[in-house]
Design a protein. Structure first.
Length: 488
């Protein structure tokens, strides 16, 4: 399919802007698509890199931009957008390492919409040629071939509208309280976020318990929208405090802009899949592979389908996957030795998929906070400096419960805590990509990887589950728990 639209924030309308500042129709005709293209690429950054903070910057490779837009125009267009206050630049450039980053200025962050390309005939060809050049580098990979079999149900659009509008509505109902929060460290932050969560729970309950669902959800199964999925559009307390410190704004404006940014990334992801604008990125041959599917919000996977099969899709997901992967390093350390009791306990808990529940119980964390707890706990144990980890409540609990495991984690972080994360991801890629996916490909079984999980047709689900268990058992000496998630 050909791209005939750009995704841009609704507050950015160059037709209106150009008229208001007296720009000629000729200039508009020649350049409006170039401006929308830049905005589209900035918004698209979060699709390719989910690590970009909600208010972070998308790196734009300037020489690539010059080649596509023309050397005469690229710099001029960026300068104009900055001068008009539409975009902001981080002014951070490292030759050969990092391009300057750009983001939509907070005043222009708004609900993303599709804008038709003005010079459609010219631009659809340019965009098609651009993607063809990218595709030429990657079509030899089986990942590209497998990706091309994915489609996404049109009902996803209605789902996204509901997710966006309901999130905004609930935040709007707390506008007065949220607008008064302007500094990090304010006790009101936790109170406000707790009230938001309660309202979200009530909203979800009204959908699942009502015999007459809201008109906007009439064509959707009620269970498709749950607390976990809608919570993705709300910042947690840590990220909200970070934003308040950096953005010099209030909590209401920060939360609203985050909802718009998250919706924009989701809309862009869906648009790219619908238009078969696939991407496959692997930083090196031992690393993870990043694709449209791996970077798609988890709650949107339910709308995926296989274009050439009526069979439903199943995501074979490894439970407690990240802490389980550390068993590789534990197995290496204690190979041929007596394994301490705390290490055995850790390995058994991660293999049974009960690790987080065990630690949450030790720390009195409620079950509905599991998703946020997983992210924060893992960051404070594995992905931070040891000096910081030891000061946290999570670090102290972990050190007491699993002293020998904690010691090995700290040993692995001595050369830099980032190296532990990289080593664990390489171990994951080694078995998921180079063992399991490779064997399935050789056997003619279609599959797509999402880092530590594998999507397959339902007919192959049990075969793949058994292969995952056997592969990890052979490598680590213990098999994980695999949860089959049917995508429908």
């Amino acid at each position: 399919m050909t791209q005939s639209q750009f995704i841009v924030p609704s507050k950015i309308d160059f037709n209106i802007l150009f008229d208001s500042i007296g720009i000629s129709d000729r200039y508009k005709f020649d350049h409006i698509d170039k401006y929308n293209y830049i905005i589209h690429k900035i918004c698209e950054g979060r699709v390719f890199n989910r690590q970009i903070y909600s208010f972070g910057y998308t790196n734009l490779h300037f020489s690539t931009l010059e080649k596509f837009l023309g050397k005469r125009y690229a710099g001029q267009l960026l300068d104009n957008l900055k001068q008009w206050g539409i975009i902001q630049c981080d002014n951070h450039y490292i030759k050969g390492e990092k391009s300057k980053g750009y983001r939509i200025a907070p005043a222009y962050v708004s609900k993303a919409i599709l804008r038709n390309i003005f010079k459609a005939e010219v631009w659809t060809k340019k965009l098609a040629k651009q993607h063809a050049a990218y595709k030429e580098k990657t079509t030899a990979t089986i990942e590209w071939s497998n990706l091309s079999k994915f489609g996404i149900n049109d009902k996803v659009s209605e789902y996204l509208e509901l997710k966006h509008s309901s999130s905004l509505s609930i935040v709007e109902s707390h506008k007065a309280r949220l607008s008064s929060i302007v500094k990090a460290g304010n006790i009101e932050i936790n109170i406000a976020l707790t009230l938001l969560k309660l309202d979200f729970h009530s909203f979800i309950s009204s959908l699942s318990g009502s015999s007459t669902p809201l008109p906007s959800t009439s064509s959707l199964m009620n269970p498709t929208l749950n607390f976990g999925s809608i919570q993705q559009y709300i910042l947690d307390s840590k990220d909200l405090e970070k934003a308040l410190t950096k953005e010099k704004s209030n909590a209401y404006e920060v939360l609203v802009n985050h909802i718009h940014n998250a919706y924009s990334a989701d809309l862009m992801s869906v648009y790219n899949i619908k238009n078969e604008k696939w991407f496959v990125e692997q930083p090196d041959i031992t690393s993870r592979i990043y694709t449209n599917i791996s970077n798609l919000s988890s709650d949107l996977r339910q709308f995926l389908y296989h274009k050439e099969s009526a069979d439903s899709l199943v995501n074979q997901d490894i439970r407690n996957s990240q802490p389980f992967l550390f068993n590789y390093l534990l197995a290496d350390k204690y190979r041929g030795q007596a394994i301490p009791a705390d290490v055995t306990k850790y390995m058994q808990l991660t293999a049974s998929g009960e690790f987080y529940e065990h630690v949450m119980k030790l720390m009195n964390v409620p079950e509905d906070n599991r998703k946020a707890f997983k992210v924060e706990f893992f960051a404070k144990i594995f992905f931070c400096k040891t000096s910081y980890s030891k000061r946290t409540k999570e670090g102290k609990v972990f050190q007491t419960e699993f002293p020998n495991v904690y010691q090995l984690i700290n040993e692995k972080k001595e050369a830099g805590y980032e190296k532990l994360a990289i080593e664990m991801q390489r171990r994951e890629a080694g078995i998921i990509l180079n063992t399991i996916a490779k064997r399935l490909t050789n056997e003619g079984v279609w599959c797509a990887t999402i880092h530590d999980s594998i999507v397959v047709l339902k007919a192959h689900a049990e075969q793949v589950r058994e292969l995952i268990l056997a592969s990890f058992k052979g490598s680590v000496g213990i098999a994980p728990t695999v949860n089959p998630e049917e995508l429908k």
